[in-house]
Design a protein around this ligand. Structure first.
Ligand SMILES: [Zn+2]
Ligand SMILES: [Zn+2]
Length: 159
């Protein structure tokens, strides 16, 4: 994940377009919540987001942040990582009902979002067989990212 102002601006622009197309309100709190999530390089919980949005004498309640996150999640601008109860910006812009696969590194906490049509297809089959109607289609895989594996190997003594 490469956090930064460019990606934040892209995401905000995407949110603005989407809100306009669907006749939704992209409120100041929704925008600021999206900015905080986009600028962070790791999954962020609602309480951390509330803290960042709060200024001295002007606290933002976590419940308001949760409502903003509901909106952002519903419209595919951020995703909730269930195993962390934390939120990450969407790296793709896939439509509703499309699945996302998250690769979560246990060492550095990085989260990579990928899309796999193969997983998508077999998930479709599995869901159809089970007669199950999914509310979200998010696959989370925990492990060790490439960079952390590299660090690990580099610290081993040479043969
Ligand atoms: Zn996504
Ligand atoms: Zn890592």
């Amino acid at each position: 994940m490469a956090p930064g102002p460019a990606r934040t601006a892209d995401l905000v622009a995407r949110a603005e377009r989407l809100a306009q197309d669907r006749g939704l309100q992209f409120t100041a709190l929704r925008r600021r919540t999206l900015e905080v999530v986009a600028e962070e390089g790791r999954p962020l919980g609602a309480y951390d987001i509330a803290e960042r949005l709060s200024a001295p004498g002007k606290r933002v309640a976590a419940v308001s942040v949760y409502r903003a996150l509901d909106f952002l999640t519903e419209h595919g601008l951020v995703h909730r990582i269930a195993s962390r109860n934390a939120f990450v910006p969407c790296e793709h812009g896939h439509g509703a009902g499309e699945s996302a696969v998250f690769l979560i590194c246990r060492r550095c906490g990085s989260v990579d979002e990928t899309i796999s049509t193969e997983i998508e297809r077999s998930l479709d089959r599995t869901l159809a067989q089970a007669g199950f109607k999914p509310a979200s289609r998010i696959v989370e895989i925990e492990g060790e990212c490439e960079a952390c594996q590299g660090r690990h190997e580099a610290s081993l003594p040479p043969d």
